[in-house]
Ligand binder design. Structure first.
Ligand code: PBG
Length: 327
């Protein structure tokens, strides 16, 4: 059908026609809110480059979690900032580590809020890398055991799902194995399957105090130029036992989300990362864009590309708009 028989504008002429034929809907059901927690009491420290996001001590974290739960957001993704860092990231799997402590409080106060934990060494190591460093290099195989222990300790403390974000080869299998051996075969793994070495993580490294002290993450995170490699990475994680596969960042990697969804009919998550959030906030502050509109458009686009789940610092703000019927 061609013009003048087909006139696409006919179905755009008013709100109700547009509403009726809209193919993608955004819903709170699919949103996950990342949160950062620190040791101490009464701490609520705003992250400069991520307005509205804070490092929270556990007492405040619990309050925030209640708000999130009451809004109807199904899950939070928890990051911890330890008191002490060492070469091996040992606070990451300590009984009284920050995540373990936070999990126990969250599960007591808001038992029905799903808590997903990020499993990675970079917040816990003195060098800031996501694995154990041997002779100046991030050593893959010796890191696997540490990651597995960390995942197990999160689950023992109450995590509903673990999300390994380190990009070591073979870690999903190692985590699946240790969970199964400890009778946690019902706990799912959401793997950061195609995680790119991205400049968009800048503000997060301030939030989590996890910038690498030497070198960068290019020897384990993916090269932004690659797309076939993302398919291989995702396939590996699925074969090793991942239940949900994640693409990260989201907004500039919509092609990857689409390809992964088409190739593997698996639940796909996309992480709209700190830099994506910060850019919208910064431009809004300058008065250059309509922040609310860009927030909703960016989330809708990620959904349209094929993401089932969106991890986003906008989860709370977007939910308030959706709940008010302004989605
Ligand atoms: C830990 C981790 C990072 C992010 C999530 N988990 C940082 C990194 O890999 O450097 C980034 C999240 C964001 O930017 O919002 N490995």
């Amino acid at each position: 059908m061609y013009f003048p028989d087909y006139r696409p504008r006919r179905l755009r002429k008013n709100k109700d026609f547009r509403r009726m034929i809209r193919e993608t809907q955004l819903s709170t059901d699919h949103l996950v809110m990342p949160l950062f927690t620190v040791h101490g009491k009464g701490i609520k420290k705003e992250i400069g480059s991520m307005p509205g996001n804070y490092q929270l001590s556990v007492d405040y974290l619990v309050g925030k979690a209640k708000e999130i739960f009451n809004l109807g957001i199904p899950a939070v993704l928890l990051f911890g900032i330890p008191e002490k860092k060492d070469e091996f990231g040992s606070e990451g799997y300590a009984e009284n580590g920050i995540i373990q402590t936070a999990l126990r409080s969250l599960k007591e106060a808001v038992p029905d809020l799903m808590v997903i934990t990020d499993v990675c060494l970079c917040e816990y190591t003195s060098h800031g890398h996501c694995g154990i460093v041997v002779d100046g290099e991030v050593d893959n195989d010796s890191t696997l055991e540490v990651l597995a222990n960390m995942a197990l300790s999160h689950v023992e403390a109450g995590a509903d799902m673990v999300a390994p974000s380190d990009m070591m080869d073979g870690r999903v299998a190692e985590i699946r194995k240790i969970l199964d051996e400890n009778a946690y075969d019902n706990i799912p793994i959401m793997s950061y399957a195609a995680k790119y070495a991205s400049g968009f993580y800048g503000p997060f490294r301030e939030a989590a105090e996890s910038a690498p002290q030497f070198g960068d993450r290019r020897s384990y995170q993916m090269d932004p130029g690659n797309s076939d490699e993302a398919i291989r990475e995702v396939r590996l994680d699925i074969e090793e036992g991942a239940d949900i596969v994640m693409i990260k960042p989201a907004g500039h990697y919509l092609d990857i989300i689409l390809r992964v969804k088409q190739e593997f009919q698996m639940p796909v998550a996309a992480y709209q990362v700190s830099g994506e959030f910060a850019m919208i906030k910064a431009a809004e502050k300058l008065g250059w864009i309509d922040g609310e509109r860009l927030m909703m458009e960016s989330l809708l686009s990620i959904k349209r590309a094929g993401a089932d789940i969106i991890i986003t610092y906008f989860a709370e703000e977007a939910t308030k708009i959706l709940n008010a019927g302004r989605g």
